[in-house]
Ligand binder design. Structure first.
Ligand code: CP3
Length: 351
């Protein structure tokens, strides 16, 4: 059980990370700031590129606050992107309209010469300024979550040069040249510790590590590329910031959640939609906080189907350290009124 600072316990979101059940559960949603909100699309259009938005503290803070104003979520998540880390290290990232991220791929150890931790200062500082602004601007009861991508998931984009369905470039590199790929993972691990340390010093109350492609690895590779680097990040932060909860999101790896929790020492896990409620209950009963896992498509659908699953999730997790969330991010076509309906439903939940 983590010893959360007493003054932080007035933020409901933080209590499950001290193994406490909160009723009704705290709620926030992955990608709660984004294209489904008209006010986001407005700021996004004015900002120029997506990365300009991430690197302009005033605008990034504004879009972080938009969903808090609308829905009063228990936590805000810093508006940025997991690909800020490779971009800051020296592998430029572009977001082509409607196409997702594009990078000049690094497919072998020779390509690592482009990357240097000393390149990151200016870009990391801008993101940390956003965090600082937010910690001033947010209501006292709203927690602020900082984040990064896990080294494995970030490496999949760096090796492929874009998103992919099978992460083939990174998986093949890791099989072909384990020590070379380990160098990339080391660079990302070190950069992530520096980046998250900056976010915590600037005012983040908790950290989430997004490992969106954790589910594509065999068990021994999962231990090597997902668990070990995440454990190093957790250790690097914990020694300096023992009271800041760290949440892991190893998406698609429900069967590996137990070794993930034991191996990384995270305070909580975010579960994707395919993770059975029985698995979430088993984990939460051991005192590890669980977040999740409503299907983002139910939020598009709305109506009775949305209500029924939200109720089932709240009921299943009653009395356990639980944070209501989605199993993955809000999709752009989501009607904003369905988000309001969901938040009301969760807030009205009684055992
Ligand atoms: O509200 C929040 O959740 C905070 C901001 C946030 C974004 N991305 C904003 C964003 C967070 C936490 C992320 C994490 C992220 N980014 C992940 C991990 C979570 C997951 O979704 O699996 C990954 C893999 C990325 C990489 C990424 N960023 C991709 C593949 C894309 C393109 C796909 C898409 O949705 O367009 C992005 C772009 C992105 N990141 C957008 C937003 C709001 C949309 C870009 C735009 O507005 O033009």
């Amino acid at each position: 059980m983590r010893d959360v600072k007493p003054d932080l316990l007035e933020k409901r979101f933080l209590q499950p990370f001290a193994s406490k059940a909160v009723s009704p559960p705290p709620v926030w949603l992955m990608r709660q700031a984004g294209r489904y909100l008209p006010e986001y699309r407005q700021v996004r259009a004015d900002a120029g590129s997506f990365l300009d938005l991430c690197y302009t503290p005033k605008l990034a803070a504004e879009v972080t606050l938009q969903p808090i104003r609308r829905y009063g979520f228990d936590a805000a998540i810093l508006f940025s992107d997991i690909l800020v880390v490779p971009d800051a290290l020296g592998q430029s990232v572009r977001f082509a309209e409607g196409e997702g991220p594009r990078l000049d791929p690094i497919k072998s150890v020779e390509g690592l010469a482009r990357l240097a931790l000393s390149n990151t200062n200016d870009k990391f500082a801008r993101v940390c300024e956003t965090v600082e602004r937010l910690s001033q601007a947010l209501p006292r009861e709203t927690a602020l979550i900082g984040f990064c991508g896990a080294p494995w998931t970030v490496a999949t984009y760096m090796a492929e040069g874009k998103g992919s369905s099978d992460q083939a470039a990174a998986r093949s590199w890791a099989y072909r040249d384990r020590t070379g790929f380990a160098q990339l993972i080391d660079i990302l691990t070190e950069a992530s510790i520096v980046y998250l340390t900056g976010q915590i010093e600037a005012g983040a109350d908790a950290i989430q590590i997004f490992d969106s492609w954790a589910g594509s690895l065999a068990d021994d590779e999962f231990m090597r590329w997902v668990v070990a680097p995440t454990a190093r990040i957790v250790k690097g932060l914990r020694t300096r910031f023992p009271n800041v909860p760290i949440i892991g999101f190893p998406r698609g790896a429900a069967a590996m959640l137990q070794p993930y929790i034991e191996g990384t020492d995270v305070d909580g896990v975010s579960c994707d939609t395919s993770c059975p409620l029985s698995v979430m209950q088993t984990i939460a009963k051991t005192g590890t906080a669980v977040q999740g896992n409503l299907d983002p498509l139910l939020l598009v659908t709305g109506g009775d189907a949305l209500d029924a699953r939200a109720d089932a999730l709240c009921s299943a997790m009653t009395g356990l350290p639980f944070v209501f969330n989605l199993g993955h991010g809000i999709v752009p076509g989501t009607p904003p009124e369905n988000v309001a309906r969901l938040v009301d439903r969760v807030r009205q939940h009684r055992n």
